[in-house]
Design a protein around this ligand. Sequence first.
Ligand code: PEP
Ligand code: MG
Length: 753
Amino acid sequence: MPAAPGGPRLLLRRLREAMAEPVSPQQRLDRIVVLIAANVIAEVCSVYVVRDDNTLELFATEGLNRDAVHITRMRADEGLVGLIAKTAEPLALSDAQSHPSFSYRPETGEEIYHAFLGVPLLRAGNTLGVLVVQNKTYRVYSEEEIEALQTTAMVLAELIASGELQALSPGAGTAARRPVSQRGVALADGIGLGHVVLHEPRIVVKTLIAENVEREMERLEAAIEDVRSAIDELVERGDGIGSGESREILETVRMFAHDKGWLRRMREAVQSGLTAEAAVERVQSDNRARMLRQSDPYLRDRLHDLDDLANRLLRRLVGQESQNGDGLPENAILVARSMGPAALLDYDRARLRGVVLEEGGPTSHIAIVARALGIPAVGEIANATSLCDSGDAIIVDGLSGEVQIRPTPEVEASYAEMVRLRARRQEQYRALRDVPAVTRDGVKIGLHLNAGLLVDLTHLHETGAEGVGLFRTELQFMIAERMPSAAEQQTLYEAVYSATGDLPVTIRTLDIGGDKILPYMPALEEENPALGWRAIRIGLDRPALLRVQLRALLKAAAGRPIKIMFPMVATVEEFIRARDIVDREKAHLRRHGYALPSDCRLGAMVEVPSLLFQIDEIAREADFLSVGSNDLMQFLFAVDRENRRVANRFDPLCGAAMRAFRLIAERSAAQGCPATVCGEIGGRPLEALALIGLGFRDFSMSPASIGPVKAMVLSADAAEVAALIQSELTRVTDGASVRPALAAYAKANGVPI
Ligand code: PEP
Ligand code: MG
C-alpha cells in the first residue's frame, strides 16, 4: 500500500483539531471520516455506533452513500461489522465479499469495494461501535495500518462516550452505560445493593493526542524509570512488602519492567502521536485482549503482572496515587481484579455491602474472609473492573453468583424485595435463637459454629450456637504478613477463649498446604497439592511448628477445658504421634510450673477415606471425631472441591456417601466416641436431616446456616427420618440418591429445607 500521507502522527494532529472545532456533532464526525479516509488512503471510511437495542447504526461515512447515514442499521450478529462488534477484535480482509459473514446493504452502494479493515471502538471493555475503511482493490492491510486505525478508534470511542452523539440518534452511544448482567461464582452468601468502588481505581486518560511527541517520549521514559526504581525498592525491602505480595511476584514484575517488546510497543505508540499515558493505555488494552483469550492460568497471571505494571505507569503519568480504604462511601461495593484478605479487612466494614472480583474461587482466602465478615461476594466476573465505573449502581447476589451492573429499575426493585424477604426470614431465625434445637420426638441436636477469625465469634451470640465446633487456626496465619510468633499465637487463642466464655471450642491445628498457602512460607511445587505435603503431615515432619502452636493453645487454655483436633489424619498412627507431641508439651509446661487446661480432649478429623477402614481403631484412640465432609467427599469421589466442572458431580446424599457417613456414625457410637460433622454439608437443612437420620447429633456450620438448620430440626422427627433413610439405603443400590424421597418426606411433613 502507498505510505499514508503524514502517517498516524499527522492524522492524530488533524483529529485533535477536528475535536476542538466549534461545529455540530454530525459535522465533526463527517470531518473525522474524511480525515481518516484521506490519511489511510481508503475510498471509504465509516463509523457505526452501537444502539441500546444492540443494533449498529451507520453514523457517518466517506465513500458510501451518505443517504444511508442514520438509516442503515445492522443487527449485532449481522455482517462483518456485527462480527467485529461481537469479537471486539480487528478484522482485515482483502476480499470482504467472499467472507461468509458479508452482508450486502444495497442502500450503501458498497458492492464495488473489496478490501475491508474494521476495528472495534472500545472503551472500558465495552464495544461502543466499529470503525471501517474500505478499498476498491484487493489489497492487504499491514500490521501498522491496523495499529494506526486502532489508535484512531481510541479517539472516536472517547467522542462517543462523551455523549455528544446522543442528540444525533437517541439510544445510540449509550453502550458504555448499559445495564450489564454477569454470572460468576458465588463466594459469600447475601445480597448487596450499592455503588461501585474500584479497589484500584481505573485511571481515566483524558488527553490522548500529543502536542509535542518528543516531550511525551521523555515523560514516558521518566515514568518507566520511576516505576522501575519503585519496584527495585520494594524488592530490596524484602519482607516489609505489604498485603502478602511475595518477593517472587515482585521479581517477576521487575523482569517485566525491563521487557523489551512491551517498552518498544509503548514507544512506538508515542511516536505515532499519542500522549505517554494514551500510549500506555493503548498497549495495555491489547494486552488485556490477549489476557481474556489466554486459557493457561500461568500465562494469564503473567499478563496480569504486565497489566499491573501498566497501571503503575498510568498512575505515575496522570499523577493519581493508589487509593487505600479511607473515605469509603456508604453502601460501597468493592470491585477488584483480585484482592488479598488483608486488603479487605482494611476497609470500613460498616460501609461495605459487597465484593466483586474478576478472580477468586469459593475457597480462596478472600472468599473465606468475606464469608466470615458476612459480606456478599461474587468471583470470576471476567473484566469486572472494566465493565463498571466508580459510582455505578451495582447489585451483588452472593447466592446465585450474579452481578447486576447499572441495573434497570425493575431489576433493582426485585432485588430490593428479595433483600426485604431475607431480612424477614432472618428475623424469624433470630426469634429461634434461644429455642433449644430439639426434634419433635425429643432428640437434642447440637448446633455449633465454624469460625476462623475473631470477627466470626460475634456470631456466637447472634445465632445462639452452643459453641465453636471448628476453629480453623490457619486463617490467622494466612492473613498475617509473617509467621505469627509463639506469643502472638497465645494472645490470639486467649482472645478466642475470652470471646467464647464458657462455651466449648474445638480448635483445629494448622491446616496449611494444598490450596492454603502462607505467603511467607516458600511455596512448594507439587503436582497434586491437595494430596501433597499438608496439614498434619507438615505438623509431624516439622514438629517445631506444631509444638509452638500446641504450646500456645495449652497455655492460653490454662485452667479451662480445651478440645484440639488434627486435620487430614490418614492413619491411626499419625493421630497417635500427634497425641504424643501434645503429651510432651503438657509435660514440658508442667515441669516449668505452668497451669494446664482443666481437661484436654484430642480429636481426629475424618476427611481422608482411609480412616473409614480404621474407623473402630481411630474411634478407640481419639476422644472425639469430626467429619470434614468437604475433603471426605473430595477424596471419596476423587472430585476436586474447587473445580466447578466436577465439584457437584456426585450427590452427597447418594448411596455411597450415605453409607460412608453411616459407617462413621455407627462405629463411633459403638466405641462411645462422639462424632460431629463440621463440613459444609451439615449446614444444609436437607443434608443435615439425612445425617440426623443416620445417627449424627452434632453439627458445626457457618453462622448463616444455624437458623435454617434449627428451623428444620424443630419440625423433624428423628426416628421417622432414620427409618426412611435405612429403608432407602436398602433400596438404593445403583448409586442413586436418597434426596428425592427425603425431600418428599420433608414436604409432606412441613419440614422447612
Ligand atoms: C472439611 O474438609 O470438611 C473441613 C471442615 O475442613 P476445610 O473445609 O477447612 O478443609
Ligand atoms: Mg478439610
